[in-house]
Design a protein around this ligand. Sequence first.
Ligand code: FEO
Ligand code: CA
Ligand code: CA
Ligand code: CA
Length: 585
Amino acid sequence: VTAAPTSALRFTPVTPTAPTFDDVVVPEGYYARTLIRWGEPLSVRAPAHNVWEQTPQAQAEQVGYNCDFVGFLPLPFGSNVSDHGLLFISHEYTNPELMFPNYDFNAPTRNQVDVELAAHGVSVVEIRRAYDGSWSYVRDSQYNRRITGETPIRISGPAAGHEWLKTSEDPTGTVVRGTLNNCSGGKTPWGTVLTAEENFHQYFGNLSKLDSSDPRVAVHKRYGIPAETTELQWEAFHARFDVAQEPNEVFRFGWMVEVDPYDPTFTPVKRTALGRFRHEAATIGIAKKGQVVAYSGDDQQFEYIYKFITKGTYNAKDRKANIGILDEGTLYVAKFNDDGSGVWMPLVYGQGPLTAANGFHSQADVLINTRKAADLLGATKMDRPEDIEPNPVNKKIYIALTNNSARGTEGKPGVDAANPRAKNRTGHVIELTEAGDDYASLTFTWEMLLLCGLPSDESTYFAGYDKSKVSPIACPDNVTFDNAGNLWISTDGAANAIKYNDGFFVVPVSGKERGHVQQFFSSVAGSEVCGPEFTPDNRTVFLAIQHPGEGGTFESPISTWPDRVGLPRPSVLTIQAFDSRVIGS
Ligand code: FEO
Ligand code: CA
Ligand code: CA
Ligand code: CA
């Protein structure tokens, strides 16, 4: 008989830091080290990073910008080792004003734009922990790989080959150049990673030049495609980012992308069955009868929460047999009732309002315009769904709703029980329990776990825990769990909301300590905290420090982290205890 997992946390919480403070803070007894930074070469032949001579060729062989998702995949696959593995890192976006000297927002150069395209996507890198505990990456590993905004990616599932996915470059509608705005993601039990295309809309400009009678215009509007030029102006150099020239290219973004990091020759695949929206992530639970269930949120104000249930079942004996299982199944959207119950409503062509009368002629149509389908079903409009993840210990699903300052303002939806605060600046966390603790259930119950903010703010709630003992927390973004089932939360936006730097927090979800939020880490000026990811032994945690120094420029920096000279660099760091104890224990 194994002992019940303990939720005992014994570290001394860190004191939050002011938004101008430019160093990381960890609890006494712990240390943080930078593992890998933007620009580090991922092969022997790749050049060292030189900010004064950046080229797309070099960037395509170096770590990308703005690290977000971090996944640790033990080597070999199937082992549970904690000292050797692959790190899967997504690169959400670029900050050209921090990357390039003398960057001009009114006149970006072709070289800058192409470096940015190469700095997006994903890095896969082999890492090892040495006897002294220090982590480093293996520069000449056969596994190291970059996937960029230009890497060929296959499109699969019901929308593959759809008329609206065809472009002049790809008349088949099945192969796309690159993946963009890769935010968070999730590991599958078969060793692949799902990486989310989040704010893809911002790369595609000039919608107003498309004839308004074109049926594609309404769809592009629903997804927020800019009417005029984009901020980054990639469309000035690449016709595919100009909606007036290539009205369909944007339909090829906004999907979940599956990558097999254990196979460096694997062609990544956009899995259209999971729907098209501003995916924050997709995280997996295996249902009682073996179906694979993927949870995903659409991160915009008043958007929805989804889950996908596969038709087939997970094969634990043959990992490769599962690659493709996400192409067939049913997508659902969540309705949260005010009485604490909820339902998952199917987004299936021909059912309910999803018919020709509303412009849907196939399941592909439903998936390409997932948002409209969910509108028609009356799904619950949420306060910006970020990470949503099943807790492997108690089987409940935790949902980070980061903030929504428009809630309850003029012309916008008012409050409801699941989004109970008007002008919600600080966000909340919902705990969802599937009926029968089965991820395939179509009904659930839910309760509020946290209403974030300063504990002195009367609208906050910490599962009933004594507010005088909790750390201030705002804008929950990414979540993960330790082996005891404690919920760990990283934040994005606290500097605006509560005037502290973003951080990394833990909160037990059961027992007397339920709701006791404690801050474990505080980040640097201008950054948000992503990852987070534990090694299987929970003795190392990886955090991605995204956009350090945002708000400054190359010429007027507000951060020099981590190098303390020159530019700030988005980087993945490790945190460990000096005595290698389990993190937080
Ligand atoms: Fe890229 Fe929703 O955070
Ligand atoms: Ca996020
Ligand atoms: Ca997560
Ligand atoms: Ca974010």
